[in-house]
Design a protein around this ligand. Structure first.
Ligand code: AMP
Length: 240
């Protein structure tokens, strides 16, 4: 392992775009745009830091096995992955949305739950759905899908879906109703546990820059994130 070389795993789209200003706060510019280039390894102005572009759900895997030293992944993706081998020091508070249960208009979800009905649940997020319904004592049949979950209740594949909701526009466009929020979701910085120790000198300034950028954003949004941030920074310092 070259202690100088760092690899950051990001996914295209919202996570890439919202991570860029945090990198810039650390003086780092990515030299290519993944929306325009087909390259999967992008150089930065720091010759010892490169960015790899991977599918959002693969970010934890690249970091877990040390193919990337650190990365940015949604809480949804991390819960499905399980988090093995990953240190999660900072909630970056980006790509915010929520994980929710939605049903077709006209489906009485509360009644079905009260009646103890067995529900067919279509979702990409099987772990989150399994845990949610188990905690409610609702029996379910899980149907794993890889996309377009909104279609499932409309064509009778499932009674409910579990999916990410941001504006709610996709649900409305498909005549679905959000009936239960399972949790708030945002993206977190994840660090390979071995890299955190072996590449500490290189990683620490970057982690501090990310933290400072989050604190600044939180301050301008006048929310309570800075105190949470301080706690996670203190935890990280202890583990270093
Ligand atoms: P919206 O119409 O804004 O509620 O967005 C809902 C659609 O976007 C659904 O298909 C979701 O799976 C997807 N979505 C919303 N937020 C996110 C996110 N943070 N990451 C990935 N997919 C998302």
């Amino acid at each position: 392992m070259n202690p100088q070389q760092l690899t950051l795993a990001l996914s295209k789209g919202r996570i890439f775009e919202e991570t860029l200003p945090m990198l810039e706060a650390a003086g780092i510019r990515v030299l290519e745009d993944p929306e325009k280039s087909r390259k999967l390894i992008l150089a930065t102005n720091d010759p010892h830091l490169r960015v790899i572009i991977v599918r959002a759900s693969d970010v934890p895997t690249y970091v877990q096995y040390g193919a990337a030293d650190f990365g940015v992944a949604g809480k949804d993706v991390l819960l499905e992955h399980g988090g093995a081998g990953l240190y999660q020091p900072i909630d970056l508070a980006i790509a915010a949305c929520r994980m929710s249960v939605a049903v077709s208009q006209g489906f009485d979800y509360d009644y079905a739950v009260r009646q103890g009905a067995r529900l067919r649940v279509a979702t990409k997020y099987t772990e989150i759905a399994r845990q949610h319904f188990a905690s409610k004592g609702v029996h379910i049949d899980l149907i794993k899908l890889y996309g377009s979950m909104e279609l499932a209740p409309l064509v009778g594949l499932s009674d409910v879906i579990v999916d990410l909701v941001s504006t709610g526009n996709t649900l409305v466009a498909n005549h679905l109703v959000e009936v239960e929020k399972i949790m708030d979701i945002s993206s977190r910085l994840v660090v390979n546990q071995a890299a955190l120790k072996l590449k500490r000198e290189r990683l620490q300034p970057l982690l501090h820059a990310f933290s400072a950028a989050v604190a600044l954003a939180a301050e301008s949004a006048k929310c309570s994130a800075p105190s949470q941030l301080m706690q996670s920074m203190q935890k990280m310092q202890k583990e270093l």
